[in-house]
Design a protein around this ligand. Structure first.
Ligand SMILES: NC(=O)c1ccc[n+]([C@@H]2O[C@H](COP(=O)([O-])OP(=O)(O)OC[C@H]3O[C@@H](n4cnc5c(N)ncnc54)[C@H](O)[C@@H]3O)[C@@H](O)[C@H]2O)c1
Ligand SMILES: N[C@@H](CCO)C(=O)O
Length: 427
């Protein structure tokens, strides 16, 4: 084993520590796979005094990023700082200096995809990002390789571990939202700004990456509907289970029909019989349909120190195995001719309307729905004392989103409605 490949790690936080632990644990296995010495030459972080609980060789830690970016001996840079800047500059500089890059930074990739991939091409280096979607699940490599014979038709993903952990714990243990979010943060699942997780932005960023690989199209987040889980209550979860035999999941949806791409992120009522309904806790899953293979489900730990480190180290080994191979970033030509606006989507809807328990309330609500061509499948109301605001649960037949939104605008303006109505689409 003559040749040595040197790696520089920027960001020694949750995932960075997992990468060091993985290299310490499995270095012999990894070196035997590539028949080269794999040397973690330098680790850079702003904080090099906190004990991360992993063994680091003397002289490896530094606070100066140029110790990696300007070191001619370093072949691969792992960026695990997160966020937009200075992470973007670190990656671009590493590439300009001829270094391959591995990152788990979906926020950065989703926003600066073109700039980063152009730079990789220009500088003849690889950018690998398996850990950016689905944590430890091998997901992007199969999309590029094993499923390459297919036109991808549908992608449904539970791709945020934090949100799935919160929804699972709220349903199973009746815990409140804030308590479970705190737990997810303590376990290292959540983003530095957890609103990315609970407001659906992290899921949207991952869906952007999946759409590039699946459909060959880069869609900016501003162009599609993104909604998080912050308005889901125990009442919604109970109604879903008892009345609809469904669970609520934060779903990423991308599907193509006749050249039109539907792309959206929102809480969704998933029937208990669907494979995705069984994906709980921090686990993620992507269910996709290819025109040749049919349905495929990929499942595993979607966040956390060691699962994510598994994907980061796998990317390093993949690069070492073939540094010359260009990375395929999905189909070169896209079948997407148009992005379908959410207003044109048709779905069944669950509505939770909070209204005073007074004569004529249901009549007024059903009048608005019927005027907008929305047919009611079921309606029920919690028992209440007269004059008290209570939830009214309505499930509609298939209806057009723009009609439902218009109906809710009118309903929420009615005097007897006391809170903004909650809408959840059914799968
Ligand atoms: N935590 C997860 O489960 C998970 C899973 C998949 C992907 N990711 C992604 O991995 C990346 C890292 O996430 P994390 O959870 O390890 O974050 P983290 O906050 O635990 O670690 C980030 C580290 O970067 C260091 N850092 C910040 N600015 C720096 C700078 N300018 N120079 C050098 N070091 C700097 C911080 O001190 C910290 O140690 C993010 O892009 C995140 O989205 C995280
Ligand atoms: N915060 C992210 C990390 C994994 O990308 C999640 O909870 O899924």
């Amino acid at each position: 084993m003559e040749e040595t490949v040197n790696i520089g790690l920027i960001g020694f936080g949750t995932i960075g520590s997992g990468v060091v632990a993985t290299l310490n644990q499995n270095i012999q296995l990894l070196e035997s796979k590539v028949n080269k010495k794999v040397n973690l030459k330098r680790i850079v972080d702003l904080d090099i005094t906190t004990d991360r609980g992993v063994e680091v060789k003397p002289g490896v830690l530094s606070t100066n990023v140029d110790d990696i970016l300007e070191d001619d001996e370093i072949d691969i840079v792992i960026e695990l700082v997160g966020g937009y800047q200075p992470a973007l500059n670190f990656i671009l500089k590493a590439m300009e200096n001829g270094k391959h890059v591995v990152t788990a930074n979906k926020a950065l990739l989703a926003k600066h995809w073109q700039e980063i991939t152009d730079s990789a091409q220009k500088n003849g280096v690889r950018i690998a990002f398996e850990a950016s979607v689905g944590g430890g699940i091998p997901l992007l490599a199969p999309l590029n390789d094993g499923l390459t014979a297919n036109n991808i038709e549908t992608i449904y993903g539970i791709i945020n571990g934090t949100a799935n952990y919160i929804l699972t714990k709220m349903a199973a243990e009746g815990l409140d939202f804030d308590t479970v979010l705190k737990e997810a943060q303590e376990m290292g699942y959540a983003e530095a700004d957890p609103t990315f997780d609970i407001e659906g932005h992290d899921t949207a960023q991952k869906l952007i990456i999946l759409s590039i690989l699946g459909f060959g199209v880069y869609v900016k987040q501003e162009r599609f509907h993104v909604e998080g889980i912050t308005r889901i209550t125990p009442d919604d979860i109970r109604f879903a289970r008892e009345e609809l035999e469904s669970v609520i999941k934060l779903l990423a949806i991308a599907q193509i029909t006749d050249g039109e791409l539907e792309i959206r992120v929102h809480p969704t009522l998933v029937p208990e019989t669907h494979l995705l309904a069984a994906v709980n806790d921090v686990f993620n899953a992507v269910y996709l349909v290819g025109d040749v293979v049919g349905p495929v489900l990929m499942y595993g730990a979607g966040a956390g120190m060691m699962p994510t480190a598994s994907a980061v180290v796998a990317d390093c080994i993949d690069i070492i195995q073939d540094m010359e191979r260009p990375v395929a970033y999905g189909p070169k030509e896209t079948r997407v001719e148009k992005i379908k606006d959410i207003s044109e989507v048709e779905s069944k809807y669950y509505l939770r309307i909070t209204a005073l328990d007074e004569p004529g309330v249901l009549h007024s609500i059903s009048g608005v729905l019927s005027d907008l061509d929305i047919s009611i499948e079921s309606v029920s109301q919690k028992k209440a004392d007269k004059g008290e605001a209570v939830p009214i649960f309505i499930v509609t037949h298939h209806a057009l989103e723009k009609n439902v939104q218009e109906a809710l605008t009118l309903i929420d303006q009615m005097d007897f409605v006391k809170e903004e109505t909650v809408l959840i689409r059914l799968l």
